[in-house]
Ligand binder design. Sequence first.
Ligand code: FES
Length: 361
Amino acid sequence: MEEKKPSTADILAKIRAQKAAAAGGSPATAPEAAAVPVAEPAPPVAAALVETAPVKPAAPAAKPGSTADILAAIRAKKGGAAAPAPATPAAAATVAASAPVAAAAAGPAKPLPSIAEMVRAAKPGAAAPVAAVKPPVVAPPMPARPLPPSAKKGAPAPARRSLAGLVTVAGVSLVSFVLGGVFASPVLIAIGALIWCVLLSPFAMAWAALSVVTGIATLGTARFMFPNVLVEPPSKFKIGPPSDYPLNAVSNKWKDQFGVWIVHTDQYEGKDLIYALSTVCTHLGCTPSWLDGEQKFKCPCHGSGFYITGVNFEGPAPRPLERVGLRVAEDGMLEVNKSMKFQEEMGQWVDATSFVDGSLA
Ligand code: FES
């Protein structure tokens, strides 16, 4: 006789009975369960569904939580039982996952790892961090020194100047410089600089040009410190005792320095006098010359002539030469005072300060 297939209700009742038996329940329940009326036979598909009912999968391993959870887990590992419990299940899972890493990181002197390292270590299956090894720094080789243009292949080597040649060139240049300075000739100075520059080197050329410019600027500055000032001789000066001037003689001793002649004569109105005549021609201001052979002053500009007394007698000069002040000083010396002028046509030659008695000579 063919055996009857159990229905779904039977299967369920059987399962419940087995569960109750396993749980130590009352044995009376088993018959009850067994006595559950059977309805209708369940299809085989239902049994298969019951047997192969999907079992609810276990919850996946908790992923690491936030950074705070990771840090809490590491602290818990380090602190042992005293450490606070993780706040969340995820943190607890993180503790379990990161335990090897924390244990490996524990050490007396090892510093705390960075957050990035802790995150990397907290991830399941993460490998232990490997310290990056920097490659050794190798200095690049120095490039080859470029050759000068003159050192090209096949180019002849520059001829070396001899010491004697250099000395000769320097001497010629120096002489030119000195002559240019003595005669104040910029041409000679430029020639000296040119010789120095062309025959020596571009370096010397640059230095020579710089030196010349600097020298000119220095000379200009020094010249600026000494402006053109007309230094006139003093108006009063002593010319020695009267005995230095003999009768009927004209002394040129003070002509160039002070612009006066010292005349000792008795030809003016028959009086023996010593006086000082100005060397300025009364025509247009030239300087006449005393002609001892002709006993007269002759102006080279327009030919005016003056006697030894100073009175004009030829040429365009309109009036006699002028006298300047003369007196005998306290020390017996003759003293000329050019600030005093005496004109014959004005009757000033009779002034006692315009002459000295010739008998004192
Ligand atoms: Fe002496 Fe003319 S300036 S004659």
